[in-house]
Ligand binder design. Sequence first.
Ligand SMILES: [Zn+2]
Ligand SMILES: [Zn+2]
Ligand SMILES: [Zn+2]
Length: 144
Amino acid sequence: MKSQLKERIDNLLDSAKLKRTGPRKTILEILLACNRPQTADEIVSAMGNTRPNKVTVYRTLESMVEGGIVHKAFVEERSQHYELADKCTEHQCHPHFVCTDCGHTRCLHDVLVPMATSAPAGFIIERQQVRLQGLCPKCNQAKS
Ligand SMILES: [Zn+2]
Ligand SMILES: [Zn+2]
Ligand SMILES: [Zn+2]
């Protein structure tokens, strides 16, 4: 692991007051390396030979969700997709695009959606997550 990356991962864990364990570091490395949300299954298979069992991966992910450094981005085909929280603000996640044809998912860091306002009396909005559906460039091209 490059030292810069290692430092970034250590800083993330420190900021969440989480112990720097092997599985946490490996999962963060995987999430940092890809720019789209990953399911627990994808994370497990990316871990290669060092992979712990899926239960451990789930628990590790949950501890980092609680620590606020990993977000549950969305559920697609009944699988929770996880990602690093570093591209989100405190109350708002960046929008996610899901292709209705091939299921390709993508983070849309540059698409701005205004934060919801005027919640009904008594409701508190803690986090806004927006999901956009449509065709990815590949499927769009195939159709036209
Ligand atoms: Zn987020
Ligand atoms: Zn597509
Ligand atoms: Zn994302």
